[in-house]
Write a protein that binds this ligand. Structure first.
Ligand code: F6R
Length: 624
């Protein structure tokens, strides 16, 4: 939520050569997925002039503004793309916020909880406010502390001590033209290291075009960057070392690569994302090895309960994990939305393994649940796609998915790779605890390794049919999704994709639950999309879902079926069938989800909606 970028350089700009502005705008382009209701930049020239521009709406509005009203040429600056919390998405509420007669500029991600109280104090000092934001309060508070201390870093340290909440703040001051100061408290911030230039970003995407060397910053720390130095201090002013790491993302993976949208590209990235998430997980003896997990084997052997915590799409990956882990390892496994888990006094202890699934690694609800679980003595493993993010950092161990940067707000390739990582975890536990022989595990892994080619086949063969169907049905007003077993989370994921992208009513149900109430929704022509399980191995499951299709069809539903190749018996009950390649029941979500992603994307596109940046959403939800 909110994208933040900071930059300082020693390169002397030529006349009209906007070193800082170009880097900031490029970084904001990369971060726009984090929030896109307004954007702004502030730059400081070597002779201490501060200039700022900001505009409500997408980043393009800011680009138009800086073209119409050019900023002074500068080497230092900060930039922001916003997802509104305090105050609507207006020009006034956009960041940066200025203080000290326009000499100080601040941008912010997160929420300052005691802003009302601070505002009163500042108003009593005679400060007049121009916006409704909590950020402006922070800017004036920082300006006050700067006047008292004469040093921007020290002023930031004092200010952070006065603020309550979760936030990242970045500031520049006209009196310190080669410096950007930042603070981090429960909100994301990473440093990018360059030669004669340094960067700050909400995530590494902000500076991936310039450097892959990055440094993690801890909570409640203050960082000061100049062109040639990076220094970090803690809340008491003591110097601390950041943790350096290398980013293995290729900048090209963050580009659209010829596709109409990032979402389309990311759907097409899925064969690679699944293959990459499987890569390098085997030891020389052929056994599954998850060394990054960093949790004592004896502890994993003694675990008596697993709780998967996550939100949204990641929670649906967790639901798939439950079916697989319980089946393979016989360990009771619960899945809970992180925000519900955190506030209900859950029963977890030293024998509980908590698995936190998060693409961004910054979702505040999940982070709070991780902290709570660890306080109760549980060990936490993060399944995460973003290196250097907070959730893996605060967990006991991590299993990285290797989906590459996911820019479109709606999750696609991250979901599939989360599901793969959950399978790997389940198989690893089964291997460790002796629930399965290694040749049994090998059979499942072989099938997993065959999945990327099968996804590719869906993209090549089924996708064009789904696109045509979505375009023909763009005026549908409500769609229900049904599934059983692992098809149930797939149904919910299909419904979520349609809600968030096409803004139409969509619900996912367990097919067996239908007759307990939801069947009342079925009316003549109601579209119902049904995920049919394979008939092999779980014949009874297959037969039950066929009955469910007949129940809704008998009541007038327009039935659309996702079924395995060869399941031609479904054709009798469906107005449309999309076939996916065969696989085992437990792995089927990796295939059945793909047509549903395409359906939502293409229906929204046919309605002329922005599939990469749906209304009201942000990629990384860093507030509770
Ligand atoms: C839906 C979607 C969200 C995220 C959720 C968790 O398409 O993307 O539901 O899955 O906000 O985000 P992460 O995985 O970053 O914790």
């Amino acid at each position: 939520m909110c994208g933040i970028v900071g930059y300082v350089s020693s390169v002397a700009p030529r006349e009209a050569d906007h070193v800082a502005l170009d880097v900031l705008l490029q970084g904001l382009g990369r971060l726009e997925y984090r929030g896109y209701d307004s954007a702004g930049v502030a730059v400081v020239t070597p002779d201490g002039q501060l200039g700022a521009r900001k505009r409500a709406g997408k980043l393009q509005n800011l680009l138009d503004e800086v073209e119409a009203q050019p900023l002074p040429v500068a080497q230092t600056g900060i930039g922001h793309t916003r997802w509104a919390t305090h105050g609507g998405p207006t020009d006034q509420n956009a960041h940066p916020h200025l203080a000290d007669d326009g000499k100080l500029a601040v941008i912010h991600n997160g929420i300052i909880e005691n802003f009302a109280q601070l505002r009163q104090g500042l108003a009593a000092d005679g400060v007049e406010f121009e916006s409704e934001t909590d950020t402006e309060i922070a800017a004036h508070q920082l300006a006050k502390n700067h006047r008292a201390t004469g040093d921007l870093t020290e002023a930031m340290r004092v200010t952070v001590g006065q603020l309550e909440g979760a936030f990242t703040l970045l500031a520049v001051h006209a009196d310190a033209p080669d410096t950007v100061v930042a603070a981090r408290l429960n909100s994301p911030l990473v440093i990018g290291l360059g030669e004669g230039e340094n960067f700050l970003g909400s995530d590494v995407a902000a500076f991936i075009d310039h450097t892959r060397r990055a440094v993690e910053i801890g909570q409640n720390q203050i960082v000061t960057i100049t062109p040639d130095s990076v220094s970090i201090i803690d809340a008491d002013g003591h110097a601390v070392e950041g943790e350096p790491f290398d980013v293995d993302w290729d900048p090209a993976t963050a580009e659209k690569g010829g596709f109409e949208s990032f979402m389309d590209k990311e759907i097409h990235d899925q064969p690679q994302a699944v293959a990459d998430t499987l890569l390098g997980r085997f030891g020389l003896d052929g056994r599954l090895q998850l060394s990054e997990m960093n949790i004592d084997e004896s502890l994993l052997k003694s675990v008596d309960k697993i709780v998967v915590i996550a939100c949204g799409t990641a929670a649906y990956a967790g639901q798939v994990a439950k079916y697989a882990i319980e089946h393979w390892c016989r360990i009771p496994t619960e899945v809970e939305l992180a925000h519900e888990f955190r506030y209900r006094d859950p029963v977890v202890n030293e024998k509980t393994l908590v698995v936190a699934v998060s693409q961004s690694g910054e979702t505040m609800d999940t982070l709070m649940a991780v902290r709570h679980a660890r306080q109760q003595g549980a060990k936490v493993i993060a399944i995460c796609n973003t290196f250097g993010s907070t959730i893996p950092r605060e967990s006991d161990g991590v299993l990285y998915t290797h989906a590459g940067p996911e820019i479109a707000v709606a999750s696609t390739k991250a979901f599939l790779s989360q599901v793969v990582a959950c399978y790997l975890l389940g198989l690893y536990l089964a291997q460790l605890r002796g629930n399965k022989y290694s040749d049994e595990i090998r059979v499942i892994l072989d099938e997993l390794e065959a999945i990327p080619a099968k996804i590719q086949r869906i993209l090549d063969e089924t996708k064009p049919q789904v696109t045509q169907f979505a375009q023909a049905n763009k005026d549908v007003s409500s769609v229900l999704f049904l599934g059983r077993h692992v098809g149930y989370p797939v149904a919910m994921e299909g419904a979520l994709k349609l809600k968030e992208l096409a803004y139409i009513h969509a619900e996912g149900f367990a097919a067996g639950e239908l007759k307990h109430g939801p069947i009342a929704l079925i009316d003549e022509g109601q579209m119902v999309i049904i995920v049919v399980p394979s008939k092999k191995g779980r014949d009874s499951l297959h037969a039950k879902v066929l009955s469910n299709i007949q129940e809704v069809r008998a009541r007038g539903a327009n039935t659309v079926v996702i079924a395995e190749e060869g399941s031609t018996e479904v054709e009798e009950f469906a107005s449309q069938v999309f076939y996916v390649p065969e696989t085992t029941t437990l792995l089927a979500p990796l295939l059945a989800t793909v047509p549903l992603q395409v359906f939502a994307m293409d229906l929204a596109t046919a309605k002329n909606l922005d599939v990469d940046q749906p209304r009201n959403l942000a990629k990384s939800v860093t507030v509770e």
